[in-house]
Design a protein around this ligand. Structure first.
Ligand code: SF4
Length: 371
């Protein structure tokens, strides 16, 4: 047996219109994001449409904050309008969990230690069982139980507390998991979140040595787009390489779409998701005859939403453009006062730069449609 335990599979979704998927076992690593605004008063149809767009980008699960009963009511309605498996993120109030479980919510994120009496925990577990919903335990380095927080504090006073904090996170998660285990509830996923890469890696490794519960991995409060992606990539590539992590969220101070695209790119590069559209684009330099940056920003989401396995090359000039175009299924490159479009190495269209973006986009769209 390896150093880390293979996680068992937790099935989520499958209620009503909700798509079913597994977390753990032999299932592909799933991608999650979290909705970034309050639900009450929001246009639910519009949210359902956005969830459809996120699914096309590769998103498997979306979590919503449920701080009050209005949010729970809205999430119940939304869960009947979208196939996307939804997760209710609840702190403390078990009644919110019970209300969310009236709908097709696939998973509840709640910690038994925060719910209060055993009766309340039991009520949530019974309803989750009836509704085929899973529960995610989410422990955070900022909210450890008192004895563990004190242990971390003592370690910090005497030097480096990274390992002690990581072990405390794993210990906190195992205590929460033991509560569900004692109630014979097995549809459990665990997350342990720290904002440093080292702690994230160490706590997940520590937990995975001892338990076969599927892990949701993520670096919490990872930061803005670039810093957040760097931290998440470092943590995920190590953990995924060790077989740890059944579902991921790249947490960014940025859009939902970018969280999903970042998660997808990391998983693809770690060999955990099949490659779909791969965009190869040059950084641009003074030789460019074609604005690569503008083209990539106009096209990225659309290309990444395609259900095709293709490589798209976007190059600024003929120094590398045609060469890359040979390897790509489709390519576009600047060439002096013209823009060339390649398919499998053959120039298939030539557009004058003077005709502007629209003409190049139109020609590219037509050629893309032929793949
Ligand atoms: S492809 Fe051309 S424009 Fe792009 S970085 Fe290379 S030399 Fe510069």
């Amino acid at each position: 047996m390896g150093e880390f335990k293979k996680p068992y599979a937790v099935r989520i979704g499958g209620q009503g219109v909700t798509r079913e998927l597994s977390i753990g076992g032999d299932a592909p690593v799933s991608i999650q994001t979290m909705w970034k605004s309050p639900l009450p008063g929001a246009d639910l149809q519009d949210i359902a449409r956005t969830l459809g767009g996120l699914e096309q980008l590769g998103c498997d699960i979306v979590r919503f904050a449920v701080p009050d009963m209005e949010s729970a009511d809205a999430l119940v309605l939304l869960s009947e309008m979208t196939p996307m498996p939804l997760v209710a993120d609840i702190h403390f109030d078990y009644r919110l969990a019970l209300r969310c479980l009236d709908g097709n919510v696939a998973k509840i994120r709640i910690n038994p230690g925060n719910i209060g009496s055993e009766d309340r925990v039991r009520a949530v577990v019974e309803k989750a069982t009836d509704r085929n919903a899973a529960i995610r335990i989410g422990v955070n380095s900022g909210s450890l139980p008192k004895d563990l927080a004190e242990r971390v504090e003592r370690a910090r006073a005497s030097g480096d507390s990274t390992r002690v904090r990581a072990e405390a996170l794993a210990e906190a998660a195992s205590r929460e998991a033991a509560v569900f285990d004692s109630l014979n509830f097995k549809r459990v996923v665990v997350s342990m979140k720290a904002s440093s890469v080292a702690e994230t890696v160490l706590c997940n490794e520590d937990f995975a040595r001892k338990f076969d519960i599927p892990l949701h991995i993520g670096v919490t409060e990872a930061g803005p787009l670039i810093g957040g992606i760097v931290k998440s990539t470092l943590a995920f590539s190590r953990l995924l390489g060790e077989g740890i992590g059944s579902t991921v969220r790249v947490s960014l101070s940025d859009s939902l779409e970018n969280e999903v695209i970042a998660g997808r790119e990391i998983l693809t590069e770690c060999g955990k998701r099949p490659t779909r559209v791969r965009i190869v684009s040059c950084p641009r330099c003074g030789r460019n005859g074609f604005d690569v940056h503008a083209f990539v920003s106009r096209w990225q989401r659309e290309l990444m939403s395609l259900d095709k396995e293709i490589t798209v090359a976007v190059m600024g000039c003929v120094v590398n453009g045609p060469g890359e175009g040979k390897h790509a299924d489709i390519g576009i490159t600047g060439a002096g006062d013209r823009v060339l479009i390649f398919r499998h190495g053959e120039t298939v269209r030539t557009v004058s730069v003077a005709d502007g973006f629209d003409a190049a986009d139109q020609a590219f769209r037509e050629e893309l449609g032929k793949l």
